[in-house]
Ligand binder design. Structure first.
Ligand SMILES: Cc1cc2nc3c(=O)[nH]c(=O)nc-3n(C[C@H](O)[C@H](O)[C@H](O)COP(=O)(O)OP(=O)(O)OC[C@H]3O[C@@H](n4cnc5c(N)ncnc54)[C@H](O)[C@@H]3O)c2cc1C
Length: 323
């Protein structure tokens, strides 16, 4: 139980590019003042980007005998690196569905302690202490990991990714791992990318515009504002249950947890189950025609008005200001 030793980061990547959240984790890791081991599982690591964000070692892992994108393969790869390095006391993973699954499985294998949805982590009295908000954003907690290894899932945008002025000297270490029985038990038969919009992924977006029951089935105003701001579109459970938008857009306790820099809720009442998934947003803007709507109790900015007027007006003004 110590914060000595080094820090490891699982570099989440897609299409050959490190995800923005991985760069946030590397930035936090280097600020902790210990050697930083970046772990890239799969082909073609982005060595320069990883060095620019302060990793001192890059562990390039190939998993033999299983699909490398499987959660079980990621766990196999991470366990190999942890064993090879020997002194990792903190591992950062993304706080996504997949990242949480990796954290849990790895904790079972290593006896590590897990905190997910963290907004930060620091060494305190010889222990790694992660901060997170709980109970629909009503409490801030500090969770100390008492085991030998702390596995922390960092919420998107908890820190700002920043490259170094001068990239770190990164040592590349190659590993080949034989896939475990768990990884080999699954065969990926085919992969079909879903048709996507140009919008960022909901869980990682810096800006999220959410539509609730108040949109009455018409998400065009929400989508227009999201596009002007380069943001993602989210929804309340009412909107997804009504079939106005897919369930993957649901934000809340039983949907996606988000922590954007800017959340805009249009026609959203701010029910506790919804708030539970967006309370970590840095700035909350509410557009609602009921001045007594609960969302105004925790919004930073509120507009009392009809969203069919406010959303297009806001989008038009933003466009005008951007020339
Ligand atoms: C176990 C459980 C889990 C749940 N999980 C989730 C979850 O993950 N995510 C989630 O979102 N919900 C979840 N819910 C549902 C949640 O409790 C609320 O019912 C839901 O969030 C309300 O959605 P809403 O704000 O769109 O609708 P409402 O609460 O009906 O609010 C609609 C709002 O729109 C406003 N409005 C109406 N017309 C306009 C207009 N023209 N212009 C401006 N404002 C307008 C109204 O004043 C009102 O405040 C869960 C519920 C349960 C029981």
């Amino acid at each position: 139980m110590s914060t000595d030793g080094s820090v490891a980061v699982l570099v989440d990547h897609a299409g050959g590019l490190a995800r923005p959240t991985a760069l946030e984790q590397l930035t936090l890791a280097r600020e902790l003042g210990r050697p930083v081991h970046a772990v890239w599982i799969g082909a073609d690591p982005q060595t320069e980007v990883i060095a620019a964000h302060g990793a001192t070692s890059l562990h390039h892992v190939r998993v033999d005998g299983a699909d490398e994108q499987l959660t079980a393969s990621l766990v196999d790869g991470l366990q190999t690196v942890l064993t090879a390095v020997g002194d990792v006391s903190l591992l950062l993973v993304p706080s996504t569905f997949e990242g949480k699954e990796v954290a849990a499985r790895l904790a079972v294998r290593t006896g590590g302690g897990v905190v997910t949805g963290a907004s930060g982590v620091a060494a305190q009295d010889g222990r790694w202490v992660a901060r997170k908000t709980v109970l629909a954003g009503t409490w801030d907690t500090a969770c100390a990991v008492t085991g030998r290894l702390a596995i922390v899932g960092l919420a998107p945008h908890a820190v700002q990714a920043a490259p170094l002025a001068v990239a770190a000297q990164v040592e590349v270490v190659e590993h080949t791992v034989a896939a475990s029985a768990a990884a080999r038990a699954v065969t990926v038969v085919s992969r079909q990318p879903r048709p996507t919009s140009e919008r960022p992924a909901l869980a990682e977006a810096e800006v999220v515009v959410v539509g609730g029951r108040g949109v009455e089935g018409d998400f065009s105003g929400v989508e227009e504002l999201a596009d002007v701001l380069g943001g993602a579109v989210g929804a309340t459970r009412v909107a997804t249950d009504e079939g106005w938008i897919g369930h993957e857009a649901q934000v809340g306790q039983t949907g996606v947890t988000i922590s954007p820099r800017l959340y805009i809720g249009a026609g959203v009442s701010g029910a506790v189950h919804h708030k539970g998934g967006m309370a970590a947003s840095a700035t909350v803007v509410a557009i609602n025609n009921d001045p007594d709507a609960p969302i105004f109790e925790f919004a930073d900015y509120g507009v009392v008005g009809d969203l069919t007027e406010v959303l297009p007006a806001l989008a038009a003004e933003l466009r005008k200001r951007r020339g």
